[in-house]
Design a protein around this ligand. Structure first.
Ligand code: PLP
Length: 627
């Protein structure tokens, strides 16, 4: 919500809770970015603020949606979810999920060997009944790791993604003398038409088709291991648009589940995968690419009802319901905060600003250009702006040609651009949208915007008691034309923003005062998918919990993003050696008379170089620049 200071504040326990406590995001930014000497943490922006209270609320809301559906429909088993760590593998966040989920037997899902290692470690502190679902393509090492997890008394299920994995599971489990629990990922015929539906349907990339499912069951029977087959999994894609599609998929999967029961498998769990969607654009519309047409309750109810109906028809015992909701669990828990450091100047060109008079201008033009120029001024005198525009465009093109061939100076060309801009402005065709330069990399922090056109709510986090009078797009720090955010929720091509305080076009003009924007709902996928384009490392990260202190929040963990040295190391450079090389070069270049001055110059250069390796790649924000 917007508080009385006009800033965005977060109320993790809802606005109705009394006494009402809120976390003012501007106070968090101040605390985090102010220098240590002023009582701050001295961390640079951009900043990810993690809110564990929100994470807890999401997990409990998901659990309670299923608990209510199960109770109201008299379903004969329980729900125990898992969190797919691929959505965000941050250690402290996964540890929070395990802790908050312990009362509910909430587990984890892994899709690769490192994810499995982290899930195993985190679950050592979790509920022993919590599931550890092993998805993804597997080799012998992955399978032996999953079998080791079972030996460590973790409730591990190896979910076959491909038929060939079965031979490895049989062989390795015999070798390691572990009785595995096996699941199968079914390739359903139910297909989801949205962006994420490409993985579903008969031609989908993942899972076993009907023939393969039957062959796996047969082989397990032949090897005396059919009792090991206990779980059926499917995933029809992220952001499932409607509950009717969901019910269709769950119904189909439950039929397969019941058939496996009939074939003698010791089936216990149906794992409905991810896909529980969230409403990024507020439309709650299944027709929007950025929303879905249901909430948590409707989702849970559709899942429970579909499983129950199918099982009851076949007199099959109701299975434990597992879901792998990632996006719906973690998207809300973090806010990305970044600063607008400058904005393009408002469109108001004047001839005087370049010190060039129109008469002077007329002198340097060819006859054709001169005639365009005269027609232009005559049309302007008549107030015929449409004609003005025609001549202005023609004049501009001729002058560009003249410039290219070397017969027009840079000052002339600038003046012609200026005239053309003035005419556009006069007839209202000039682009009123301004570019705000933000201290951020879209590729690192909002990769889904760049990669798949996903939209996120972006809003200034302060001055919200003041009307935003400027239309702006956001341009990031990378040297890449895709590094911008210029499409916004609701089909808008600009964002309502405030005028920056201070002089435009100068670093830190948002500055002294600071102009901060927040991107919300980016807690899933963005951090892990983000790349290192232009070697911008990750933002600083803080964990902020609600507390009874004076600010009603406490920063319980704080870490800067990768330094220049660390990000260089990712690409195989060796910062220590680089520093030594450059230091050596300083000694070679700054010498001569061995005076005190030389020594001072060398020391200054060397310590400057050392700082450059140590500091972050982003623009130093005004608060920390001084420190
Ligand atoms: N499980 C599997 C197998 C997935 O591939 C995914 C993501 O695509 C998920 C779970 C998480 O999906 P979501 O974030 O939509 O809940």
């Amino acid at each position: 919500s917007v508080n009385s200071s006009g800033s965005i504040s977060v109320s993790p326990h809802g606005l109705e809770t009394l006494p009402h406590q809120e976390i003012d995001l501007m106070k968090v930014v101040k605390k985090v970015s102010e220098p240590k000497s002023l009582g701050g943490l001295g961390l640079p922006l951009p900043l990810i603020v993690r809110l564990p209270d929100i994470l807890k609320n999401r997990l409990e809301s998901l659990q309670s949606a299923f608990d209510s559906a199960i109770q109201s429909q008299s379903y004969g088993s329980h729900y125990q979810g898992v969190y797919p760590v691929k959505c965000n593998q941050d250690r402290y966040m996964v540890e929070d999920i395990v802790e908050f989920g312990t009362p509910y037997r909430f587990g984890l899902e892994a899709g690769s060997k490192p994810e499995l290692l982290l899930a195993m470690t985190c679950l050592c502190k979790g509920n022993p009944e919590a599931l550890l679902i092993c998805n993804g393509y597997k080799d012998a090492e992955y399978i032996s790791l999953a079998l080791a997890a079972r030996k460590l008394a973790l409730n591990t299920v190896i979910v076959l993604e491909q038929e060939e994995e079965l031979d490895l599971v049989i062989e390795m489990s015999k070798k390691l003398a572990v009785r595995p629990v096996i699941g199968m990922r079914a390739k359903l015929r139910t297909k989801h038409a949205g962006h994420f539906g490409a993985t579903s349907g008969e031609k989908g990339k993942f899972g076993l088709n009907t023939m393969q499912i039957l062959r796996v069951a047969k082989k397990l029977e032949q090897t005396g291991m059919l009792d090991c087959l206990q779980l059926l999994h499917f995933h029809i894609g992220s952001q499932i648009p409607t509950t009717s599609l969901l019910a269709d998929g769950v119904g189909e999967a439950t039929q397969i589940y019941c058939e496996l029961v009939r074939l003698g498998a010791d089936m216990r769990v149906i794992d409905v995968g991810g896909g529980l969607g969230i409403d990024y654009d507020g439309s709650q519309s299944p027709d929007s690419d950025n929303s879905v047409g249901y909430g948590l309750e409707e989702y849970a109810s559709a899942v429970v009802q579909s499983i129950q109906n199918a099982c009851d028809r076949k007199f099959v015992k109701h299975p434990v319901i597992c879901s792998e909701s990632g996006r719906a669990l973690v998207s809300h828990h973090s806010v990305l905060i970044f600063e607008a450091v400058s904005a393009s100047a408002p469109v108001a060109p004047t001839m005087d600003s370049l010190g060039l008079g129109l008469d002077y201008l007329a002198d340097g033009l060819t006859d054709e250009s001169l005639s365009d120029y005269r027609n232009l001024t005559a049309a302007a005198a008549r107030g015929d702006f449409e004609t003005c525009l025609v001549y202005a465009d023609q004049l501009k093109q001729r002058c560009v040609d003249q410039f290219k061939e070397g017969s027009l100076s840079l000052e002339y060309l600038a003046s012609i651009d200026n005239i053309s801009e003035l005419v556009s402005k006069a007839i209202g065709t000039s682009d009123p949208v301004r570019t705000y330069h933000v201290n951020l990399s879209v590729f690192t922090s909002v990769p889904d915007f760049w990669g798949i056109g996903q939209q996120f709510p972006i809003v200034p986090i302060q001055r919200l008691d003041e009307k935003p009078v400027v239309k702006g797009v956001l341009s990031d720090l990378t040297c890449d034309s895709d590094g911008k955010v210029d499409r916004f929720i609701g089909g808008e091509t600009s964002l309502p923003l405030h005028e920056l305080v201070g002089e435009a076009g100068i670093l830190g003009s948002g500055g002294g005062a600071g102009y901060y924007l927040g991107m919300f709902l980016g807690g899933a996928y963005q951090e892990a998918l983000g790349g290192l384009h232009n070697l911008f490392g990750g933002p600083s990260v803080v964990r902020v919990s609600q507390s009874d202190g004076p600010h009603s929040f406490a920063v319980t963990r704080a870490a800067p993003g990768l330094s220049c040295g660390e990000v260089l190391r990712v690409m195989q450079h060796e910062p220590e050696m680089m520093f030594e090389t450059l230091k050596h070069r300083v000694e070679e270049c700054v010498h001569g008379v061995d005076s005190d001055d030389d020594e001072l110059a060398r020391d200054t250069l060397v310590s400057g170089l050392a700082r450059s390796f140590h500091n972050m790649p982003y623009l130093a924000n005004t608060a920390t620049a001084a420190s």
